[in-house]
Design a protein around this ligand. Structure first.
Ligand SMILES: NC(=O)C1=CN([C@@H]2O[C@H](COP(=O)(O)OP(=O)(O)OC[C@H]3O[C@@H](n4cnc5c(N)ncnc54)[C@H](O)[C@@H]3O)[C@@H](O)[C@H]2O)C=CC1
Ligand SMILES: O=C(O)C(=O)Cc1ccc(O)cc1
Length: 367
């Protein structure tokens, strides 16, 4: 069977990750405005630098969102048979550019893998980036069924879960689940800019969890948010109203409680609403949230201790569904938080204690 070929335009985090994953079954061509970025992706093994002559079956534009539309148009013009898609984080703005030009619209299907990280560039690429994550497919009214099918099958091939939405539905959804979380994380982390070291030294996992994506690339996010400004402003407006309610509650004087407006009531309202929201985030396999038992284990800060813990859990025949590690500055131990199936939880806690591990807590958790 003939090996299909794909041209990846933009060989940063997304483009290189895709090349690394597809190269097994595809001839992967790489192209980037920056020769250094293209060479780095090639040297990482993501494919070959585009020779300027090959006619790819598929073009995937992985360039920043402000130029993605123009790159798609160029690809439709340069390659008369190729299906063209892009992975930009906004979809209406890209489609507007494409549909504003006289090209063969039937070969274009927008898409957006909901997978990424806070670092840019080929050096941060990961062939497993897409595994188990949604990949939104956004056809226009002109997209051919064969083009749609090709993009869908690429999403499946890289281990992603295809979901079809209109550009408008997509942009409203990502404003809520991706773009506003990025801005809120950045705003929160910005509070730390001039914080005294004595305060920062007390930081725990909560701050780390809520500020992880504050390390993201400013240029990329400025391009993403400015192209989805209406939907983002709508969600931020609701956020601001909640914030004003909280501030008004904090300013209350006199007694208050859960049953009357006031300081405690205002805070409890915010936390309870958050409890209801977070419960609705689907688990790592998609679908409804799953219930796991979270088992915390104290792990001495010594070489090989994590390896020993995981080996011993394996010996007990227990599968770890997910885990995270919590470190406290200056502490001689870390806490491993292990998510296991509820039925496996109690026997595991007992077995670990028998084996001499300290198990400070085990509690129910949704994921
Ligand atoms: N970073 C993330 O977590 C995710 C990003 N995306 C989308 O993927 C796209 C790429 O993002 P990243 O890989 O993170 O960015 P990146 O900054 O790592 O890579 C972008 C690459 O595109 C190149 N480039 C810029 N203009 C170009 C042009 N006109 N022609 C060819 N190459 C060009 C740059 O030189 C750079 O190497 C963006 O549209 C972004 O919205 C989608 C999902 C997740
Ligand atoms: O790092 C994370 O948790 C992300 O959610 C990454 C991400 C960034 C941009 C996108 O358009 C999609 C996904």
């Amino acid at each position: 069977m003939r090996t299909p070929s794909v041209l990846i335009v933009g060989t940063g985090l997304l483009g290189t990750s895709l090349g690394l994953r597809l190269k097994e079954n595809w001839q992967v061509w790489l192209s980037d405005l920056s020769p250094a970025a293209e060479a780095l992706a090639r040297d990482m093994g993501a494919g070959s630098c585009y020779d300027g002559a090959a006619q790819p079956d598929l073009v995937v534009v992985c360039a920043p969102p402000d130029v993605a539309g123009r790159c798609v148009v160029q690809a439709l013009e340069n390659f008369s048979e190729a299906v063209v898609t892009d992975v930009a984080s906004v979809k209406e703005a890209v489609a507007e550019v494409v549909l504003g030009c006289e090209v063969d619209w039937s070969r274009y299907v927008g898409s957006h893998p909901m997978a990424g990280r806070e670092r840019s560039g080929a050096a941060a690429a990961d062939c497993d980036l897409f595994e188990g994550n949604p990949w939104v497919i956004v056809p226009t009214e002109y997209s051919a069924a064969t083009a749609l099918q090709m993009v869908r099958s690429v999403a499946l091939e890289v281990g992603a879960i295809p979901r079809q939405l209109s550009a408008e539905e997509h942009d409203a959804a990502v404003a809520l689940v991706s773009h506003v979380p990025q801005l809120v994380s950045s705003l929160l982390a910005a509070r730390l800019k001039e914080a005294p070291q004595s305060a920062l030294g007390l930081a725990g996992q909560g701050l780390r969890d809520t500020t992880r994506i504050a390390r993201s690339d400013a240029e990329l996010w400025a391009a993403i948010v400015s192209q989805n400004s209406e939907a983002v402003a709508h969600v931020l407006g609701e956020f601001a109203a909640d914030l004003r309610g909280l501030l008004a509650g904090l300013a209350e004087t006199g007694p208050s409680g859960l049953d009357q407006p006031g300081r405690m009531g205002a805070v409890a309202k915010v936390v309870l609403a958050g409890n209801r929201g977070v419960e609705r985030i689907p688990g790592k396999h998609g679908g409804p949230p799953r219930r796991y038992l979270e088992v915390s284990v104290l792990v001495p800060d010594k070489p090989g201790e994590f390896g020993r813990l995981f080996t011993e859990i394996g010996e007990e025949g227990v599968n770890i569904e997910d885990f995270s590690i919590e470190h406290s500055a200056g502490a001689a131990a870390g806490v491993a938080r292990l998510l296991v199936m509820p039925t496996a939880g109690q026997p595991l806690v007992e077995a670990l204690k028998r084996r001499g591990w300290q198990v400070p807590s085990a509690m129910n958790r949704g994921q």
